[in-house]
Design a protein around this ligand. Structure first.
Ligand SMILES: Nc1nc2c(ncn2[C@@H]2O[C@H](COP(=O)(O)OP(=O)(O)O)[C@@H](O)[C@H]2O)c(=O)[nH]1
Ligand SMILES: [Mg+2]
Length: 401
């Protein structure tokens, strides 16, 4: 697997909202995390899994893959616990630059909020319900928007000059300045078109045009979903209705407890489940039973702990990605070692067979001849769009180098 192609999700939020607890819960798994070198280098980077129906269901085949649990496929993603977001981070406050560096790499962001209002804006503890979480939602968005505005303001004179001297087009001029954030030309172009700014000379842009453009670009390129954490402590979950962005209530602490208990063999639980069971004949000592009773209270309040739902939604709704299964043998659905449905790739919706080839290996894409849709056994061309759940064999003159 090519590690640089693993999808990256960033966790952010002010101090003490539960980012690290969310991170620990999501990366504490009973399935092997495979050989992902980044997990051993940086403590705030780990492997989490999103879930989708495994393609084995379509083919009604049995396979022995640790990442397929009763037909649910676990797909690895890279999770980054991004510390240091404080008001003024874009000006270098807190861990400003470190923060931006981590945030830059993420393709989708999970904003962890203390929905119970037990922490003030600095992250200091306060009595339940005394801090308004809506304030945190706004400050984080403003911080990001301001980061984008600052880049534009800093570069605006240069962008204007390049266009005056006909050395660059507006889209290229702006896209170049945002390439470090993983933002693509077409994304800049789409936003310019949407706001009808595409043919306006940058000299004529007002301050408000820059702000509007920055915000729209941010929303389109760094989608954000809100994890309303500490929902277990929250007295009034109706507050969720006041949040206009995508929001899901969660309890990171409960998920962490469940995953640890699963690992220790105390409960049977799979991430995303709305209940757990106790293995037959297992004696649970009173203190542990008390903790499990509390877990049941949380589950009856918010159905699931929310952690898995948030990860899934970030990838499949906010980012709109699809899952594709590359194979080398279109009949047996195996790789060269004979493993059935060995691998998954996450791709943006509307990705083509050629895009998949690139994601597997540049050489395979270079020698691309055609692909085979293993469900229909049809040959497909390089520019054909792939669908969620497709199983694809790439036929190439070159093998991976
Ligand atoms: N009640 C409750 N407490 C939580 C939850 N998640 C985290 N916490 C607690 O909140 C505090 C801060 O958590 P931490 O993960 O260190 O926050 P971070 O600063 O955002 O990384 C710790 O005492 C956690 O145990 C939750 O879902 N419910
Ligand atoms: Mg932390």
């Amino acid at each position: 697997m090519n590690f640089s192609t693993v999808l990256q999700i960033g966790l952010l939020g002010k101090a003490n909202v539960g980012k690290s607890t969310f991170f620990s819960a999501a990366t504490e798994t009973t399935v092997a995390s495979g050989n992902f070198p980044f997990t051993t280098i940086e403590p705030n980077v780990g492997v989490a899994y999103v879930q989708s129906d495994c393609a084995c269901k379509h083919f009604e085949i049995k396979h022995d893959n640790e990442l397929c649990v009763n037909g649910t496929r676990f797909i690895p993603v890279k999770l980054i616990d991004i510390a240091g977001l404080v008001p003024g981070a874009h000006e270098g406050k807190g861990l400003g630059n470190q923060f931006l560096d981590d945030a830059r790499q993420a393709e989708v962001l999970i904003h962890v909020v203390d929905i119970a209002g037990t922490t003030d804006i600095q992250g200091q503890p306060v009595p339940v319900g005394t801090h308004d979480p809506l304030e945190d939602v706004a400050f984080v968005q403003d911080e990001f928007d301001q980061w984008f505005v600052d880049i534009l303001n800093r570069e605006w004179d240069k962008i204007t000059r390049e266009i005056d001297q006909k050395r660059a087009k507006l889209t290229d001029g702006i896209a170049k300045r945002f390439s470090g954030l993983g933002i693509k030309d077409y994304q800049v172009q789409n936003v310019l078109q949407k706001l009808e700014l595409i043919s306006r000379n940058p000299k004529e842009w007002e301050i408000d045009d820059i702000k509007t453009f920055a915000k729209e670009l941010r929303i389109n390129t760094k989608p954000m979903i809100i994890a309303a954490n500490k929902a277990d402590l929250c007295n009034d979950l109706d507050i969720l209705q006041k949040i206009t962005d995508d929001v899901i209530p969660c309890s990171a602490e409960t998920e962490l407890l469940l995953r640890k208990a699963t690992k220790a063999g105390i409960v049977n639980y799979s991430p995303g489940d709305n209940s757990f069971t106790i293995p037959d004949g297992k004696e649970i000592p009173p203190p542990q039973q008390k903790a499990l009773d509390l877990v049941n209270d949380v589950l009856s309040k918010i159905t699931t702990t929310g952690i898995q739902k948030i990860l899934n939604k970030a990838v499949f709704d906010s980012l709109n990605f699809i899952v594709v299964y590359p194979v080398e043998d279109e009949t047996k659905l195996t790789n060269k070692d004979g493993i059935i449905l060995p691998d998954t790739k996450l791709l943006p919706k509307d990705s083509t067979a050629k895009d998949l080839a690139f994601l597997i290996h540049a050489d395979i894409a270079k020698g691309f001849l055609h692909a085979i849709d293993c469900k229909t056994k049809q040959r497909i061309s390089g520019d054909q769009k792939l669908k969620n759940g497709d199983v694809i064999k790439i036929v190439s003159t070159l093998s991976r180098g």
